[in-house]
Structure formats: structure tokens, C-alpha cells
Design a protein around this ligand. Structure first.
Ligand SMILES: NC(=O)c1ccc[n+]([C@@H]2O[C@H](COP(=O)([O-])OP(=O)(O)OC[C@H]3O[C@@H](n4cnc5c(N)ncnc54)[C@H](O)[C@@H]3O)[C@@H](O)[C@H]2O)c1
Length: 259
């Protein structure tokens, strides 16, 4: 039980990567607050956790909303105790270039991934201090390493998380709070497979299209897309005491795609 006594808040927790983290962390002894824009998705993951013998709470949260954040931290702390882990997974993308990307799209991308992670950090730090420390994990991307011309808002948000992670790590090291960026490569999830309101896909972009799947597979030297569980195991390392001296850094989990 690597996470006995821990309390985790997991955003995008109703999604594939967030859901895998919630199940794995609960198996390792953590209580998990599953937070998602869509309550029914959060409830379904929380029900899995409880069915597996774990402790879980499902909440609706738009990570762009500061008052929503304080309600979630209050609810989590009063149910399970001070928050010791925050995973900022919530994400969005519009796969269009500069000419087609609107200001509304830009604001949603920056708001969800960059401002959302900033607000989450501000919301959990007082709770982490009360508990004596904690770990914040931000979810990066290949765009945190080599942002391309595809979606300017996505590139700026994921690159921005490199700076936010370092700033958080240095600001709160004295409070025994670590912060790490985990950057996956191509992960088989609804984010790149389904047509979501926060991440639209068509046959031009979806990995349901075998050409797109194959392009991403070939771009991965280790020969396969990552699974949500591949990424969750890296998150577990980062939040556990095995990574006690890891802070401000990026852990790339991409099968070599960024090489
Ligand atoms: N799938 C990939 O190939 C890949 C690669 C690198 C990084 N990422 C990152 O992973 C995250 C997406 O996770 P996933 O791949 O498991 O996809 P997913 O679509 O299964 O999960 C994303 C979750 O975020 C939630 N969400 C969206 N906007 C939100 C908001 N404003 N507030 C709260 N929740 C919100 C969605 O409801 C969804 O449950 C994003 O940050 C994305 O940039 C994905």
C-alpha cells in the first residue's frame, strides 16, 4: 500500500487517464475525490473505486471556476482529511491551426489546462499545509516538449505548464509540497478517439480512423500507443515516497515519441 493515509483530488477524474489514476491510487490505499466537468462520468469512476473496496467521492467541477475549487477541497477535507495529492488532468483541444482558432477556443484551452492547474494548486495548498505536505502532478504532453503548429492554444497551455510546474515546485518546497509534470505521448483514450465537446474529433483526427492510429503508432519507437494505466503507474511513482526528491521536473512517458 504505497499511498496509505493519502487523500487525492483527481481532475478529469471521469476520463480515461484520471479514472485509471483513481482506481490505482485507491488500490494503494488513498481516498480519492473524483472531479469532472461531467458529474455522471465522475460518479461512474467513484462507483468503480467503491466496488473495488476503496474510498471515493464524486464531484462536479469546472476547473476554470475558483469558487468550485474551494467547494471541492472543503468537501474532500471534511470527508477524508487534508488533501495530500492533486492530479491536474482536465484537458481540452481544438485541432485547428492559427487561422481557424478563435479567441473562444484559445480561452477555453488556456482556461482548462493552464488556469485550471493554477487555480487547483492555489486551492489545495492550504489543505496540504495543514496535513504537512503533498504532491501536485500536472499533465503535460508532447506539446510540453516540442509544441508544433497544430493548435496554438494547446501548445501554449502545455508549454505553460512547464513554467507553472517549476514555479510551484520552488514556491512550495519549504512546505514539503512537490510538483511534477508528467508528459504522455499518444495515449489511446476518448481524448483522441471520440468526438467530445471539449476535444472534438472527426475522421481527420480520430484514432478510430486506422490511418491516424497507424501514424501515431509509427511515431512511437517502442511500437504501441500508451494505455491510461501506463500513465497512471508513472503518476503513482511521482506521488509516492519513491519520488521523495523529485520536484520541478518532467517525467516523459511516451514510448520514445519525443526522441
Ligand atoms: N490522449 C492522449 O493522447 C494525450 C496525450 C498527452 C496528453 N493528454 C492530456 O490528457 C488529458 C486528457 O485525458 P484523457 O486522454 O484521459 O482524455 P479524456 O477525454 O478521457 O479525459 C479528459 C477529462 O477531462 C474532463 N474535462 C474537460 N474539461 C474539463 C473542465 N473544464 N473541468 C473539469 N473536467 C474537465 C472531461 O470531462 C474528461 O473526463 C488532457 O490534459 C490532455 O491534454 C492526452
Amino acid at each position: 500500500m504505497k499511498l496509505d493515509g493519502n487523500v487525492a483530488v483527481i481532475t478529469g477524474g471521469g476520463g480515461a487517464m484520471g479514472g485509471a489514476q483513481a482506481r490505482l491510487f485507491a488500490n494503494e490505499g488513498a481516498a480519492v475525490c473524483v472531479a469532472d466537468l461531467f458529474l455522471e462520468k465522475a460518479e461512474s469512476v467513484a462507483a468503480d473505486v467503491v466496488a473495488g473496496g476503496g474510498r471515493s467521492l464524486a464531484v462536479q467541477l469546472d476547473v476554470r471556476d475558483a469558487s468550485g475549487w474551494s467547494a471541492v477541497v472543503d468537501a474532500t477535507e471534511s470527508r477524508f482529511g487534508p488533501v495530500s495529492i492533486l492530479c491536474n488532468n482536465a484537458g481540452a483541444n481544438f485541432r485547428v491551426g492559427f487561422d481557424e482558432q478563435t479567441e473562444d477556443m484559445w480561452n477555453m484551452l488556456i482556461g482548462t489546462m493552464l488556469t485550471g492547474s493554477f487555480l487547483g494548486t492555489k486551492a489545495v495548498v492550504p489543505s496540504m499545509r495543514r496535513g504537512g505536505g503533498g504532491v501536485i502532478v500536472n499533465l503535460g504532453s508532447l506539446a510540453s516538449i516540442r509544441p508544433g503548429g497544430g493548435s496554438p492554444g494547446y501548445a501554449a497551455a502545455k508549454m505553460g505548464l512547464v513554467g507553472l510546474t517549476r514555479s510551484t515546485a520552488l514556491s512550495y518546497a519549504a512546505d514539503n509540497i512537490r510538483c511534477v509534470l508528467v508528459s504522455p505521448g499518444h495515449v489511446d483514450t476518448p481524448f483522441i478517439r471520440a468526438d467530445n465537446p471539449y476535444s472534438p474529433n472527426s475522421s481527420k483526427t480520430s484514432i478510430d480512423n486506422p490511418d491516424n492510429y497507424e501514424r501515431r503508432r509509427k511515431a512511437t519507437p517502442l511500437g504501441r500507443l500508451q494505455t491510461p494505466e501506463d500513465i497512471a503507474r508513472a503518476f503513482l511513482f511521482v506521488v509516492s515516497d519513491d519520488a521523495a526528491m523529485v520536484t520541478g521536473s518532467m517525467l516523459t512517458v511516451d514510448g520514445g515519441a519525443a526522441l
